[in-house]
Design a protein around this ligand. Sequence first.
Ligand SMILES: [Fe+2]
Length: 391
Amino acid sequence: MVGEFRFDGVPSIRFGTGVFAGAGRLIRNYGKSLLLVTGSRSFTSGVAGRDFLEEMKKSGTKIDIVNVDGEPHAEFIDSIVAAFQNSNIDVVMAAGGGSVLDAGKALSAMLTVKGKTWDYLEGNPGMKTHPGTRLPLIAVPTTAGTGSEATKNAVLTTPGEPRYKRSLRHENFVSDIALVDPLLTTGCPPEVTAASGLDAITQLLEAFVSTGSSPLTDALAESGLQKAFGSISRAVHNGDDTEARSGMAYAALLSGIVLANAGLGAVHGYASILGGYFDIPHGVVCGTLLGSVTRVNIQKLRASGSGSEYLDKYSEAGRLMSPRKGESRDYYLDYLADELDRLIDNLSMPRLGQYGIMASDVSALASETGIKNNPIQLDRGDLEAILLSRL
Ligand SMILES: [Fe+2]
């Protein structure tokens, strides 16, 4: 029997090599004033970006450009809102990595309300409920990772110390159009391709074995995992491999859809804590911890004698990753745990110690880590052991 589930809206998706050439036409459907949110270097200096700006100029579209350098801060969003609140912007287009897409999403929402972004962030004391209004939003990913082009939240860093990562979230914040052109990711350097690609794989695998998964999210997660496993190493080691880039762009898009509809697990529980206290990219936290968390989850599910459905799913993920077909469930469970470790090593994922995390930090970090929709309970000792294994 198919149980009860909920699946919320996804953007209108335009996917394929070269689809970005149609961006101008999409923008003109909304009006003549564009707020372009992009990274500090990448997009506007590339051929596609320059051609786009030229086309906008010829068509008489007014463009204001916001550069996002690093992970977006709530106060940064407020400063941009203050500058553009009376500019009659018709549409926001965010073209960049996950931080840029999240900044664009937050700006499209905050330009329609009064007050500080901080007051609307999830989990803040006295949090205000955002009415869900926003300007039209087109999301153009230039890395294959967070899937932010398909999610309903923007992750922002809070002001003050200690820093926290908190979400501005509403069902209505899913972008109107996800314009996913794998050619835009070919300039992405190997270390960013590896970390963002492992973030996408983590999101797909965590959503697949999530306690909030459904047959619909499972189908999408499996499709994304299959493409990602066949593409990530090639995309990292040969950035011009268009087929591999398109596999990763597809996997990242699907990872956003499934994380928004099934939830995530312990790896992302760690990510929200570690990313607040240490200057460590989200994709690196996910990439470096994915193997250890998966191994412990499988061990604990096996020892518990329950959770057979989750072991079946982990086994299916191992089967998708393996060149051998027709093996047993146990074979694929062991294969998945071993192969994820090998992949993480082959992609040279940094260890946590490289970002200043020490053994003396582990107890406090584990005490704050929540496991979200992880398929099996992890206790404090498990959470500490996982961190220690990747220092
Ligand atoms: Fe993630």
